[in-house]
Design a protein around this ligand. Structure first.
Ligand code: ADP
Ligand code: ZN
Length: 433
């Protein structure tokens, strides 16, 4: 494939749309071999010829998580089993797992997209890449691994957890790039601090890929400062191959979606109506370059908006804003919609706050209460009780003025809350227990 300004990344929009239309038609043909879509297409009279422009995608029905679960495990496969070489399942953060199948070509194409993302951020031969995402059924491990090899970097398949070993590997092999969850990056920073290792001075890191869970700009800045790196947002979901579906370019303002592989829409989560660029809603994605398991108009549940303007880097593929959360992460408290990432933004903007927090929602005499349990830097705990009270009030009023909900705030010593090496669970909703 051509590199640089002549590559597919910089293709003219008209050309890109032609590719999309052709690939979408092909996807419908392929999907018609799967029991699930065959049935739907027949019922609704859908044919590849119905597609003349990308907007015609709206003639097709949505696919939901429930569809994937109800047709588990083989209802979506569009190739005979002897042409399928790999299966991944989602981590199941939101219920029973979904199975995603890959042909040999699918594995290769998914790796190609990761390689494209890595090159975009300036990674390449000579770099040492430590993948701290869990290997196995989760896509963050293997799918990223294959892509990194394709990008020509030296890959250390470290997997998640085992922090002592991670540090040893980073030092021995002079790791320059890591792929990690933001919560583990902060946890790892704590351990490095405990050991008296200065990450900026004593490690060789220059790039960090942060993905698998929502986080605020403040958290990114914190991680960049601690490690002395450039941190890029990396978004993906198993249903769409895994990581590398959306990735930040060097401008770090929004994530490019590779539109030669996915058709991108944002819809109103309640009505399913398409929303104009710039308007926040639910991301809907269609695979248009996958053969074993095409998925059409998938309701990701992730909240974002499409950037109306073209990116300054010159890449023509459109960008989405960092994912704010999932529609099902959002909780409603006293009638106000709250995303955990909004609470996180306020906390991480408070200098006294350390690196870990938890939100507990409770009901007290039929009133909803949001309790924020947050770890505070050690030295503030050593100060006077008066100071702690002031800090508690400060966090309370900041949350109130930005989120319109008055929380109860509990200040904790560092290390009190459970720490995670993978995806973190930030919200405990006791109303549902
Ligand atoms: P599960 O749905 O079981 O958690 P996945 O591992 O496929 O399984 O997780 C994909 C989900 O993780 C996405 O739909 C999104 O909600 C979240 N996610 C992944 N990357 C990011 C990111 N960079 N920012 C915010 N959320 C992310
Ligand atoms: Zn860009």
């Amino acid at each position: 494939m051509e590199e640089g300004k002549n590559s597919i990344e910089f293709i003219r929009r008209e050309e890109l749309e032609k590719i999309q239309v052709n690939r979408l038609k092909k996807t419908i043909e392929r999907a018609n071999n799967s029991p699930f879509y065959k049935n739907i297409f027949k019922k609704e009279g859908i044919h590849p010829e119905d597609i003349r422009c990308t907007d015609d995608i709206r003639k097709l029905p949505f696919t939901t998580r429930e569809d994937l679960r109800e047709n588990f495990p083989f209802g979506f496969i569009a190739l005979p089993l002897n042409k399928i070489v790999r299966v991944h399942t989602s981590t199941g953060t939101t219920g029973k797992p979904k199975a995603i199948f890959f042909s040999k070509r699918d594995v290769d194409e998914a790796a190609g997209l990761i390689a494209r993302c890595m090159r975009m951020t300036g990674a390449g031969p000579g770099d040492v890449f430590q993948n701290m995402m869990s290997y196995g059924l989760f896509t963050g491990g293997l799918v990223f691994h294959y892509g990194a090899e394709k990008a020509g970097v030296l890959v250390i398949p470290a997997g998640a957890g085992n922090t002592e070993k991670q540090i040893e590997l980073m030092r021995d092999f002079k790791t320059t790039i890591v792929h990690i969850t933001p919560s583990y990056a902060l946890y790892l920073a704590d351990i490095l601090e405990e050991k008296g290792i200065d990450p900026e001075e004593e490690l060789n890191l220059r790039i960090v890929y942060l993905g698998a869970e929502p986080y605020s700009q403040k958290t990114r800045e914190k991680i960049e400062k601690i490690y002395g790196v450039n941190a890029f947002n990396c978004y993906g979901l198993s249903e769409m191959n895994g990581p590398g579906v959306g990735f930040e370019c060097p401008l770090k303002d929004g994530l490019h979606i590779w539109e030669d592989n996915f058709i991108l829409e944002v819809v109103d989560p309640l009505t399913g109506e398409p929303l104009p660029d710039g308007k926040e809603g639910e991301l809907v994605l269609t695979t248009i370059n996958r053969e074993a398991m095409p998925i059409i108009r998938y309701r990701t549940g992730d909240i974002t908006f499409i950037y109306p303007q073209v990116c300054g880097c010159g890449r023509t593929h459109r960008k989405i804003s960092p994912i704010k959360g999932r529609t099902d992460d959002m909780f409603i408290i006293k009638g106000v919609n709250v995303f955990p990432s909004e609470v996180e933004r306020v906390l991480m903007d408070t200098p006294e706050v350390a690196r870990n927090y938890q939100i507990v929602i409770e009901r007290e005499r039929s009133l909803d209460i949001m309790r924020i349990r947050v770890e505070i830097k050690k030295r503030f705990f050593d100060g006077s009780l008066e100071h702690l009270k002031e800090l508690q009030e400060k966090i309370k009023s900041k949350v109130k003025s930005e989120l319109m909900v008055t929380p109860r705030v509990e200040l904790l010593e560092p290390g009190t809350l459970p720490r995670t090496t993978g995806k973190s669970k930030r919200v405990i909703d006791k109303r549902r227990l």
